[in-house]
Design a protein around this ligand. Structure first.
Ligand code: NAP
Ligand code: MG
Length: 400
């Protein structure tokens, strides 16, 4: 069989622990035999990040800006324990944080759905993709605990003009919080959301509490509305998709009653909470994909889960593990499909579709990793990761 040709290389970001083992296995078994793979390789494994003083992470992010599509393996975000374990020079920042900041991007999380796994909400038939604005608000807030006295909000502009408003005259002790966000960040978030809705041909929902927060949340609502009208409305109408704004509490009720199949954009805190609720209701973190999208349409695909450390320690002890590679496989298929779309390579798009179908057919056929056994509503057998990947390869060979 002739291998499928690529034009532009993918940015390939390798990672850590169990997912690094799966990464190589997926490439060797499911990609390299079929695709004449072109990648620009960046090793974001913790050892290499430490050796390069984390320069490699920035290089990978910049390569993504240049080439447009990346695929990333899960990586360790160092904490105190990791600094000792890897004898690190510094507690390096989260690679995902660095890449997100460099691309000014938004993360979209979507579940991989199969008939044999039923979501907790019985009417959900299609994926619900959550887009979280990962900047500002309570995550960058300034807080105080105070005693009796007057709390004020004070702003000094560049000319020195002071605007002052009383927050509360405390007759007893209390708490205070100062939050902010930036027009530029909200606008980037909006553009990433509109672009991703177009790219995936799904409706976009956005919700805040603008009836109560008449300036703060209202600003989010107005920026979204303005950008939609000026830059995206025509394209949305042409594709037959809609942009829909509603209050957060109304949105929550509608989401539960819906059948899914849309993108739900949320402010930072709302997105943090709702993404955990929605992903749990869909079944498993191991079946959740994650895409970082920049406002100018650059894409980085990965699994939503981490490096699965507990399994890695078993692997190091010589045990075989049944770690689920599905989200990582879908990161590869997502990136290859996007590359195919951008370079107009039909066979590459076809391969990405076949790889996903082979993976889902294997699960539906009853061959799964151990984590899925309690979720399956049809008979299934748990196998080790390498056996699962071989089973997918067998199915894939029949499809191609
Ligand atoms: P994790 O790697 O997602 O794993 C947590 C647990 O979830 C696992 O122990 C396992 O449960 C289950 N699980 C997750 N993915 C699975 C899979 N593919 N197959 C089977 N089971 C799976 O989260 P963590 O243990 O909190 O974090 C480990 C490391 O990953 C940390 O160093 C963290 O910094 C990093 N991390 C990276 C990213 C990223 O790069 N995007 C995201 C999150 C975390 P059982 O042990 O019960 O089998
Ligand atoms: Mg959370």
């Amino acid at each position: 069989m002739q291998k499928i040709k690529m034009k532009t290389p993918l940015v390939e970001m390798d990672g850590d622990e169990m997912t690094r083992i799966l990464w190589k296995n997926i490439k060797d078994e499911l990609i390299l035999p079929f695709v004449d793979l072109k990648t620009e390789y960046y090793d974001l494994g913790l050892k290499k990040r430490d050796e390069t003083n984390d320069e490699i992470t920035l290089q990978a992010a910049r390569a993504t800006k240049k080439l447009g599509v990346a695929v990333k393996c899960a990586t360790i975000t160092p904490n105190k324990q990791r600094v000792e374990e890897y004898n690190l020079k510094e507690m390096w920042k989260s690679p995902n944080g660095t890449i997100r900041a460099e691309l000014d991007g938004t993360v979209f999380r979507a579940p991989i759905i199969i008939p044999a796994i039923k979501p907790a909400v019985s009417n959900w038939k299609k994926p619900i993709t959550i887009a979280r604005h990962a900047y500002g608000d309570v995550y960058k807030a300034t807080e105080m605990t105070v005693d009796e006295g007057k709390a004020e909000l004070v702003f000094t502009d560049l000319d020195g003009k002071v605007t002052r408003e009383t927050i509360y005259d405390f007759e007893c002790g209390g708490v205070l919080q100062g939050q902010f966000n930036k027009q530029t960040s909200i606008a980037s978030f909006a553009r990433s959301c509109f672009n991703y809705a177009l790219a995936t041909k799904q409706d976009l929902w956005f919700s805040t509490k603008d009836t109560i927060s008449k300036k703060y949340d209202q600003t989010f609502k107005l920026i979204f509305e303005d950008i939609y009208e000026k830059e995206f409305k025509k394209q949305f109408e042409k594709q037959g998709i809609t942009y829909f704004y509603t209050l957060i509490d109304d949105a929550v009720a509608r989401v539960i009653r819906s059948e899914g199949g849309f993108i739900w954009a949320l402010k930072n805190y709302d997105g943090d909470v709702m993404s955990d609720m929605v992903s749990t209701a869909f079944g498993s973190l191991a079946m959740m994909t994650s895409v970082l999208v920049s406002p100018d349409g650059k894409y980085e695909y990965e699994a939503a889960h981490g490096t699965v450390t507990r399994h890695y320690y078993k692997y190091l002890a010589g045990e075989r593990t049944s770690t689920n590679p599905v989200a990582t496989i879908f990161a590869w298929s997502g990136a290859l499909r996007k590359r195919g779309e951008l370079d107009n390579l039909k066979p590459l798009i076809g391969f990405a579709d076949a790889l996903e179908k082979a993976t889902l057919d294997t699960i539906n056929g009853g061959t799964v990793t151990k984590d899925l056994i309690p979720l399956m509503t049809t008979p299934a057998t748990a196998v080790y990761s390498d056996e699962f990947i071989s089973a997918i390869r067998n199915t894939l060979e029949k499809l191609l």
